[in-house]
Design a protein around this ligand. Sequence first.
Ligand code: NAD
Length: 362
Amino acid sequence: MNEPPRVLLIGAGTRARKVYGPWLSQAKTVRPLAVVDTDTEAALSVARALPGAAVLRPQDVDHTLTDDRPDLVVIATPDASHRDYVMQALAAGCTTLVEKPLATTAEDAFALVRAAKNAGTRLLVGHNLRFTNLHSQVRMLLAGGRIGEVVEVDFRYTLNTSHSHSYFTRWHRRRAASGGLEVTKASHHLDLLSWWLGAQPIGVTALLGRHHYFPGKGDVPADADIHDSVHALIQYASGVTVHYALTPNAPIEGYTCTFRGTEGVCTVQYDARSGPHFVDLRPASIAEGRRLTVRREKGTHAGADRRMLEALSKALLSGAPSQFATVTEAALAVATGTAMYHSSRLGRRLPVPQPAILGESR
Ligand SMILES: NC(=O)c1ccc[n+]([C@@H]2O[C@H](COP(=O)([O-])OP(=O)(O)OC[C@H]3O[C@@H](n4cnc5c(N)ncnc54)[C@H](O)[C@@H]3O)[C@@H](O)[C@H]2O)c1
């Protein structure tokens, strides 16, 4: 019988504690090799639950990649460090899963598209919201033409107060570390939109604001330089226009998304924390709309993480294509977010930069 794939986990913070650590300790399909973190205590606390896993420092990564040749490298460190770790893992020829966002700048994201293409190995990006049962159903519904051809979308995401606050007090508060909310948070939504619509973003007009969190006020450190609200108009190559908003300090964390098609309207409601999900479908052909209630699955991110990890295990075993975001798709989500920042700064519409190589690494 083949040995289960051996996994090197880089980053032992919240994401590792909640998702990757439990997966590595429970799944029979994978075996932990080592945990890496700049904070040795953090690495130890994750590794303690993983029998046989070593604790390593960042400077040990190169030699463990070449000497131990992990079958999978999982990167769950702060966003700005993704680029260098992905480059190291690809150079060693390792299959890699990197957390979203792929990178914090379009240049870094496109450099990773090129590197993945040249490395000829698989680079998967953890846009886990693709795996929510609701989100797969929305994709099928739109692809099935239930509201005809989508021409316009209104996507409005609100962060609740504690989540908003955490972005302004943790590493995310610095644009250099996270790319701002328009990258670190919006990349989830930008990836979903492109995936649902099967379309490529090509232009952005955006307005970023600071209305709630100010550098040096209250417990927000003086070096916080990100914005707390994002409003944008995004154009897609298919002709679809998306009105996008991301705003903080709401009572509810989640989104409402309305798709207007040539043959009807569909509104999706997703509460990130509790309750079922709703899809209100009003095809033009019927007088009254109908509400579909989609069961909320158990687990982090309404079951998305569990499904993503199951897909990861399958992808490792079979090598078959999967629902994961490709490096190009993930790079375009980053490029759209950074274009929002520059559009707001310059006060005009900007094209979304495109990677020179539209290569896919699956
Ligand atoms: N997919 C999702 O739903 C989701 C949810 C939360 C976070 N994330 C992403 O996961 C990643 C990790 O986020 P988190 O919330 O776990 O952050 P965190 O701050 O809780 O943990 C980050 C860990 O990385 C360590 N670290 C920092 N720099 C490092 C470096 N250069 N090398 C090695 N270790 C380093 C820190 O010591 C810390 O233990 C981020 O990219 C974030 O955007 C994704």
